[in-house]
Design a binder for this molecule. Structure first.
Ligand SMILES: [Cu+2]
Length: 158
């Protein structure tokens, strides 16, 4: 039996490329997340006293992570994640942060909701928000409450 050396050579190159691809893919899955929070803003509700929402972009240049909690230093305030699904807003316990993605929290979309803020907090008041990621741990945001943009929002009508 004679083996054509040219053909076998070609086959082993293909095999190594496939193998290398599998190795790279496996490495991607175990890659740690690299989270950065871009342009965070705490915006006061234009309609409801004591409510504010936080907009930001969660950029992840690494592997997948999960945003599993949020808290604030504001006494008595309640803070949660609100996500838009089929034009309806609902509270969720966690937000998946895919690898190599940007997750946008914004007015009229998914956002962090702050409720029951004391009346002493007004435009310009400083607040601290702590985001808790499953793998990346805690990220603290130091923000100042801002007035809502002039355009009205139909959020939280219900
Ligand atoms: Cu909300």
């Amino acid at each position: 039996m004679t083996i054509n050396p040219g053909r076998q050579g070609k086959f082993s190159i293909i095999a190594s490329v496939v193998f290398l691809g599998a190795v790279i893919l496996a490495a991607c899955h175990s890659e740690p997340p690299r989270i950065s929070i871009e342009s965070p803003k705490a915006i006061l509700s234009p309609v409801i006293y004591g409510e504010a929402m936080v907009a930001m972009t969660i950029r992840n240049d690494g592997g997948a992570d999960v945003l599993k909690g949020v808290s604030t230093d504001i006494p008595g305030a309640k803070v949660s994640f609100h996500v838009m699904e089929d034009k309806r807003m609902g509270q969720v316990a966690t937000v998946d942060i895919n690898g190599g993605s940007s997750t946008v929290f914004k007015l009229g979309g998914s956002h962090v909701m702050i409720e029951d803020m004391p009346r002493t907090l007004v435009e310009g008041s400083p607040i601290t928000l702590t985001l808790v990621f499953e793998k990346s741990g805690e990220k603290q945001l130091h923000l100042k409450l801002e007035k809502a943009p002039a355009m009205p929002t139909d959020e939280h009508k219900d």
